[in-house]
Design a binder for this molecule. Structure first.
Ligand code: FEO
Length: 168
C-alpha cells in the first residue's frame, strides 16, 4: 500500500501532467492560428503524451491501493511572441517537470518506497528525452533565425510526428 505522503505527491503530479497537456494544447492552438499545421500537430501529440503520463500516475495509485484525487487545472498561457518563444517556454516547463520528478524520486527514497523508486525511473528517462526534443527544435529555430522559408521547412518536419499508438 502506498503511504499517504507518497499518494498526495503522486496526486499532485497527476495535476502537473494534466496541466502540461493543457499547456501544450494551448501552444498547438497558437500554431493552428498561425497556419503552422506541422508544429500544431507536434504540440497536439505532446499534449496527448502528457495525458498518457497523467494516466500512468493515476493507474499507479490505483494499483498500490491508494485513492486518486483530481484537482483543478490552472489556465495555461494563451499568447507567445514567436515560434521560438513557444518552444523556449516548452523547454522551461519540461525543466520544471524534471525537478518535480527528481523531488518525487527523493521522496520515494526517504520513504524507503522501492516500488515507487522503480516506477519513477521511467519518468527520469522520459524527462531526458523531453528536454532533448525541445532543445533540438530551439537549436534549429535559432539557426534559422526564424527565416520564413526555414520555419516552413521545420514545420513540415515536425508535422511528421505520430502519436506512438498510431504506429501499431
Ligand atoms: Fe510529462 Fe513532458 O513531462
Amino acid at each position: 500500500m502506498i503511504s499517504k505522503k507518497m499518494q498526495d505527491a503522486v496526486n499532485d503530479q497527476i495535476n502537473a501532467e494534466l496541466y502540461s497537456s493543457y499547456l501544450y494544447l494551448s501552444m498547438a492552438a497558437y500554431f493552428e492560428e498561425k497556419n503552422l499545421r506541422g508544429m500544431a500537430t507536434w504540440m497536439t501529440i505532446q499534449a496527448l503524451e502528457e495525458k498518457g503520463h497523467a494516466m500512468k500516475f493515476y493507474n499507479y495509485i490505483v494499483e498500490r491501493g491508494g485513492r486518486v484525487k483530481l484537482q483543478a487545472i490552472a489556465e495555461p498561457p494563451f499568447e507567445w511572441n514567436s515560434c521560438l518563444d513557444v518552444f523556449k517556454a516548452a523547454l522551461d516547463h519540461e525543466r520544471y517537470v524534471t525537478r518535480r520528478i527528481n523531488d518525487l524520486t527523493e521522496l520515494a527514497m526517504e520513504e524507503k518506497d522501492h516500488a515507487s523508486q522503480i516506477f519513477l525511473q521511467w519518468f527520469v528517462t522520459e524527462q531526458v528525452e523531453e528536454e532533448a526534443n525541445a532543445e533540438e527544435i530551439i537549436n534549429k529555430l535559432e539557426f534559422l533565425s526564424e527565416s520564413k522559408h526555414g520555419v516552413y521547412m521545420l514545420d513540415k518536419e515536425l508535422g511528421a510526428r505520430v502519436y506512438p499508438a498510431e504506429e501499431e
